[in-house]
Design a protein around this ligand. Structure first.
Ligand SMILES: [Zn+2]
Length: 407
């Protein structure tokens, strides 16, 4: 305390030295006036002046600081706005992408459902065994890789991730469908091969649009390709299955007449008229005049009339390039253009044309080339079972799509 007062003393002395009592004499018009300016008064004025100066400085500083602060605030607001705008743009981008993915998934789902409904109907996918496999595999961590789908950006928001999971499930379903289709196609392929036909060339011919009426593959051609690899694979598998099953259905394995067939009559033999060796391109079924002649497979009657040598003839197109011809008839019970079922009567046995007696001449042509019908007529029970399954499916297919009747 004492040191402080001793420290302040020189300043107080200087301060007091600044303000001395002043006495001012003012002479006006011969009168002399005496004005006294005391040190105390001077000090007061100086203090007031200092206070005013201080107030002015404080206000100035306050205004300056305020300006600085508001500039900062403005920058902050601008920064926040920019961030919000960027976020909005990002969200909009996500929304677009999410919308795109959702539309893509919708399209795929519709295609999958259409395929399942068309080819399997109410029938559950016969992939129970496969299901177990898939289920077991799904438990394993490596299988979660299927959840990583190329179409989904991992930086996408949760709704897009949800879509990715849907897509993964779709992939699993599509794989199940593919397995089911493959199994059915393999069954049909085995049966077709047992009937002496080459499944690979049947599918090739159908794909090339050759070999008789081409199967109009349902849905938009090539649409699956745009939907992804697994869908293209599914489309190919469905096409193959449909060709093989339709071929199986088209194969004339029904008895064209309930009489004994001369099973050795197909091939080279001596012509009953000339005695010379000649190719006999069908099977003969001798029987009483008027015996009912039956369509050997479902199809469309494409010819009713006479042909040289054959006499009265009916030709039925079964699709897949398969045609049957019934010759030497005594009468017709159908007309050209009619759809006939397997076993439906189409004519009566006779002996018209180059015939030595009442019999049916039965021919099967595959893409215009005569084949021995015997292998079809003598098809084993296992093959006929597969064929019957296929007939029910293809039949359901035909009834499910009006305007695309059985061929
Ligand atoms: Zn014949």
């Amino acid at each position: 305390m004492s040191s402080q007062s001793t420290g302040l003393r020189p300043w107080r002395q200087r301060w007091n030295a600044l303000f001395q009592d002043h006495e001012i004499f003012i002479r006006t018009h011969g009168h002399v006036r005496f004005v006294r300016v005391s040190a105390v008064w001077q000090k007061r004025v100086a203090l007031i002046a200092a206070a005013v100066l201080f107030a002015w400085a404080a206000v100035t500083v306050a205004i300056f600081v305020n300006q600085l602060l508001s500039a900062d605030e403005r920058a902050e607001v601008a920064r926040k706005q920019a961030a919000a705008t960027a976020a909005e743009a990002r969200i909009a981008q996500y929304r677009d992408r999410v919308g795109e993915i959702a539309a893509d998934l919708d399209e795929r789902q519709a295609q999958l459902e259409e395929w399942q409904k068309t080819y399997f109907g109410a029938e559950a996918l016969p992939a129970a065994a496969d299901d177990d496999k898939t289920g077991a595999a799904a438990d394993k961590p490596p299988e979660t890789n299927t959840l990583k789908t190329s179409a989904v950006d991992p930086r996408l928001p949760p709704e897009a991730q949800a879509l990715a999971r849907i897509e993964a499930r779709q992939e699993v379903f599509s794989a199940r469908l593919l397995a089911a289709v493959g199994a059915r196609a393999a069954k049909a392929e085995g049966a077709v091969a047992k009937l002496g036909l080459d499944p690979a060339s049947l599918v090739r011919n159908a794909a090339a649009g050759r070999g008789g009426p081409f199967i109009p593959f349902r849905g938009r051609i090539g649409a699956a390709g745009a939907l992804g690899k697994s869908f293209a694979a599914l489309e190919g598998a469905l096409f193959r299955m449909e060709v093989l099953e339709r071929t199986l259905v088209a194969i004339p394995s029904g008895q064209p007449a309930h009489v004994l067939m001369l099973s050795s009559s197909y091939g080279y033999r001596s012509d009953p008229f000339t005695g010379a060796s000649a190719m006999h391109s069908g099977l003969d079924f001798p029987g009483p005049l008027g015996t009912p002649i039956l369509a050997a497979a479902p199809g469309k009657v494409v010819y009713v009339g006479q042909r040289a040598g054959y006499g009265n003839v009916i030709e039925v197109d079964h699709g897949q390039g398969i045609m049957t011809r019934y010759a030497h008839l005594s009468g017709f019970t159908t007309r050209a253009g009619a759809q006939v079922a397997a076993g439906q009567q189409i004519a009566k046995m006779g002996s018209t044309g180059r015939s030595t007696g009442s019999h049916l001449h039965f021919e099967v042509r595959l893409n215009g080339v005569a084949v021995n019908p015997r292998r079809f007529l003598e098809a084993k029970a296992d093959v006929l079972e597969v064929k019957d399954d296929a007939r029910q499916r293809v039949g359901a297919l035909a009834s499910a799509t009006p305007g695309r009747g059985a061929r």
